[in-house]
Design a protein around this ligand. Structure first.
Ligand SMILES: Nc1nc2c(c(=O)[nH]1)N[C@H]1C(S)=C(S)[C@@H](COP(=O)(O)OP(=O)(O)OC[C@H]3O[C@@H](n4cnc5c(=O)[nH]c(N)nc54)[C@H](O)[C@@H]3O)O[C@H]1N2
Ligand SMILES: Nc1nc2c(c(=O)[nH]1)N[C@H]1C(S)=C(S)[C@@H](COP(=O)(O)OP(=O)(O)OC[C@H]3O[C@@H](n4cnc5c(=O)[nH]c(N)nc54)[C@H](O)[C@@H]3O)O[C@H]1N2
Ligand SMILES: [Mo]
Length: 764
């Protein structure tokens, strides 16, 4: 079926699919060649070398890839293959000028693949598409900002504006943005975190009193056991493999829990070792548990049971530092092992082996990412991880703790400085006191609720600070429909993407901004910004490259200028604040906890650490002042709306979220075409289905079904009954309201599906 041209759906793809045996080792020489090839193709030779040398250096810029922290002793090349690709994607030479944007009608852009859209290059000057027109045209900055300000000034109520943020935005820009939105009178600040680690924030906040992890990078050097569950660091946090390797060399064990045998956790070869002529690689995971999708809760409860049996408990900590232990013990005593084996799909002996690793560990770290958070029980399952660690007292001491591995490079910092639709009263009180702005108290829309509000015609202006709203959100058709009903969409972006091209009955403005890698001069002086990594360290980032165009503005400038033109009686001198970003940091210091002497401390070589009570002194700001054990029922893992399989959506090795770098998922052996569905190899054989068979998928939920055509099957070591496909192509299938309890995070790793009548076309 042909889709309507400017829907948000990714177009069909007829390119040939190539399937090779999957890899068992991550990084190594192919990683070096891949990052160089990508850099050379996008940036050319001189720029590639110059740029890559500045990544993650103290006087350079923070890698726009993931949020993994930088080591104190940095080498001259402190980046990974995928960081290099992220940099090349921003520092690329191609330019998407207003002329390029005006050269084609919208639906021609919308029918391009994500890869082709990204290859158009950097946006260079503002562009506008007026309602009724099918083309973008150039617009001056002055007119563009006036246009937005005029709409915001005439909003019937502040709630009719929605302000999204993606997690690349610096602390400075994010702080100004949230202050502007709150000055307008709403907390409508949805962000990518709502689709990402929201479940971690909620799960940890309620049990340990802070919605962040509790480990430092140095804890990896003292760990006895590292559990990596629901995460694929080989692709998404490659620099974490170096920490894992170093921990292994110091004697730590690694337990990997994942439906897939991800290559990054099998063997690892640090690309830089070749320079030292060291040709050996390291085995990483000591044990891989190929759990069924969603089987983690049952597994974690069984591991707690085993730990109780072994008596591997930190009794004095449980006694003095926690609450709820008796209830947990009572519940675990009635554990149903038959149910555990069905839910996990594992052998009891394998679970017992993992239990023994845990029971004998003197210091355990647990790392996780989207494999846990994007489930209906995302919050509960993270609290099962908390239970497991609390039992052995593995928190707030060297080598042990909770480690949610964040995605976007500043997603954690954005939340710290106020990008949050549901802020606490204490946060708002202090913000009000420090800035003099009277801030609204009513909570705003998160991503899913914002989509509903837009669909119901309750939103007149949508502003996005980075990101790709239509492609990242669930239920692509519903989200594109939502966006089409907004009177004005304003996108601050570095590159064009599908969100910008979706058909809409309103106006669309594209405001091009400077990226991380670029020099940001205000008032003749070069500015730096600051970011917070996954472990709560705030540090500086300074772009040094010549900006992609003279007509780019910085994110802080865009927000300040907009605020100055929109707000009449603001106590804030917005324009003065962006003359020097030190002024923004002073205001952050005055209004947000933990930023004392911000400007001084952030100039220290490694920045500074934000307060983290569980880590700093084992204190827990929960209502009881103790860390909390929690009891949760196991989720139902059987399809219950008419589906036959459970689908998870994940990232290939050649993409950054919705930005597709290329068509190779090297470790999984798949290339050429991204519309693939990984399926259990034996299950395929039983059905007589072979590699490349074309299928259509239907997803099932209580609100009905959704379909997506044109997928090719790839046999893979994945549990029976489970399937995997890439994000964002598969987002069409994710029901908008299928979200996690408490966090409202879309269940991107749990989609009930069935196969529609499969056609017989097969390819090599
Ligand atoms: N190169 C690159 N780096 C990135 C990104 C990128 O797209 N590209 N994205 C960034 C962002 S925003 C984020 S949030 C992170 C994402 O980092 P990850 O969370 O590692 O990303 P996903 O590809 O979503 O992988 C989820 C992993 O969870 C596993 N999984 C799925 N369901 C289950 C389950 O039920 N149980 C268990 N135990 N495992 C499960 C999958 O098999 C997969 O290995 O990476 C960040 N870094
Ligand atoms: N099915 C499914 N859906 C998912 C996920 C999943 O695993 N499965 N993962 C979810 C997760 S974890 C996340 S974090 C979200 C990601 O959601 P988003 O953060 O919204 O998406 P990205 O693809 O990271 O955004 C890329 C765009 O950001 C813009 N950009 C890049 N750098 C900058 C910059 O410096 N400034 C500005 N202003 N713009 C910039 C570019 O225009 C680029 O096209 O997606 C979520 N959606
Ligand atoms: Mo994320």
């Amino acid at each position: 079926m042909v889709q309507p041209p400017s829907s948000g759906r990714t177009p069909p793809d007829e390119r040939a699919l190539k399937v090779k045996p999957r890899k068992h080792r991550a990084a190594g020489l192919p990683a070096v060649t891949s990052s160089l090839q990508h850099g050379l193709r996008r940036m050319g030779a001189a720029r590639t070398l110059r740029t890559l040398r500045m990544v993650n250096q103290q006087d350079g810029f923070d890698c726009p890839g993931c949020a993994w922290p930088d080591p104190e002793h940095r080498s001259g090349f402190e980046f990974c293959e995928n960081g290099a690709k992220a940099v090349a994607e921003e520092a690329m030479k191609a330019r998407c000028t207003p002329e390029v944007l005006a050269s084609k009608p919208l639906h021609d852009f919308a029918s391009m693949s994500d890869f082709e859209l990204g290859s158009l290059g950097r946006l260079t000057s503002p562009a506008v598409r007026f309602a009724g027109s099918d083309r973008f045209e150039p617009i001056e900055w002055d007119a563009a900002i006036d246009m937005v300000a005029a709409r915001l000034r005439t909003l019937q109520s502040p709630e009719r504006g929605v302000f999204y943020t993606s997690g690349r935005t610096s602390n400075e820009a994010a702080f100004l943005y949230q202050l502007f939105v709150r000055s307008l009178g709403s907390n409508n600040l949805p962000d990518c975190s709502n689709m990402c680690h929201e479940s971690s924030g909620k799960g940890l906040g309620a049990t340990i009193g802070i919605g962040k992890g509790t480990v430092r990078l140095s804890d990896f050097e003292h760990a006895d056991l590292i559990v990596v569950i629901g995460q694929n660091p080989g692709t998404n946090h490659p620099r974490m493999l170096t920490s894992l390797r170093d921990a292994k060399r110091k004697g730590a064990k690694i337990l990997h829990v994942n439906p897939l045998p991800e290559a990054g956790l099998e063997r690892f070869k640090h690309p830089q070792d070749y320079l030292r002529l060291d040709l050996f690689d390291d085995r990483l995971a000591d044990l891989h548990l190929p759990v069924r999708i969603g089987g983690d809760a049952a597994l974690l409860q069984a591991l707690q049971w085993l730990q109780l049996q072994a008596g591997a408990l930190d009794e004095s900590f449980i006694e003095s530092g926690t609450s709820g232990f008796e209830a947990l013990v009572a519940d675990r005593n009635s554990l149903d092992w038959d149910r555990v084996l069905v839910d996990t799909g594992l052998e009891r002996s394998a679970i017992e082996e993992a239990g023994a690793m845990l029971s004998s560990s003197t210091a355990t770290i647990a790392c996780w990412a989207m494999g846990l958070t994007q489930h209906r029980n995302g919050v509960a399952v993270i609290q099962e991880v908390v239970n497991l660690l609390l039992m052995g007292g593995h928190i707030g001491r060297p080598g042990a703790g909770l480690c949610p591995v964040r995605g976007h490079s500043n997603v954690q910092g954005d939340r710290t400085v106020g990008i949050w639709e549901a802020p606490s009263t204490e946060f708002l009180d202090r913000l009000e006191e420090g800035t003099g702005v009277a801030v609204p108290r009513k909570h705003g829309f998160d991503v899913v609720n914002a989509i509903h509000a837009m669909r119901e015609g309750k939103v007149d202006v949508l502003m996005t600070m980075g990101g790709n709203f239509v492609s990242a959100a669930p239920d692509t058709d519903a989200t594109a429909d939502a966006l089409s009903r907004v009177g004005l969409a304003v996108h601050v972006a570095t590159k064009p993407n599908r969100t910008h091209m979706v058909h809409s009955s309103g106006d669309v403005l594209l405001l091009p901004c400077l990226g991380r890698t670029e020099r940001d001069e205000q008032n003749g002086t070069s500015q730096f910004v600051t970011v917070e990594n996954s472990m709560g360290i705030v540090h500086r980032s300074e772009g040094r490259l010549e900006p992609a165009s003279k007509d780019l503005k910085s994110e802080p400038w865009i927000v300040a200028e907009l605020a100055a033109r929109t707000l009449d009686d603001s106590p804030i001198d917005w324009r003065a604040l962006v003359q020097s970003y030190d002024g923004i940091r002073d205001l952050i210091e005055a209004s947000i906890a933990g930023f004392d002497e911000y400007n001084e401390r952030v100039r220290a070589p490694h920045g500074f650490e934000l307060p983290n009570p569980p880590r700093d002194d084992r204190s827990f700001s929960t209502p009881t002042g103790r860390a909390v054990f929690t009891v949760h029922p196991l989720p139902n893992l059987e399809p219950s709306y008419g589906g036959t399989h459970v689908l998870m959506t994940l990232r290939s090795h050649d993409q950054y979220n919705t930005t597709v770098y290329g068509l190779q998922d090297r470790y999984r052996g798949v290339s050429g075409n991204r519309r693939v569905v990984f399926m259990n190899a034996e299950e395929m054989a039983e059905r007589g289905w072979s590699t490349g068979r074309k299928v259509s998928l239907m997803s099932h939920w209580k609100d009905g079904t959704r379909t997506a055509e044109d997928w090719r099957l790839v046999p893979y070591p994945i549990p029976r009954g489970n399937l995997a496909a890439y994000f964002p192509e598969a987002n069409v299938l994710i029901p908008l309201d299928s979200t996690a309890d408490v966090s409202n995070t879309p269940t991107s790793k749990w989609v009930e599906v069935s196969f529609l009548e499969a056609s017989s076309t097969e390819e090599e």
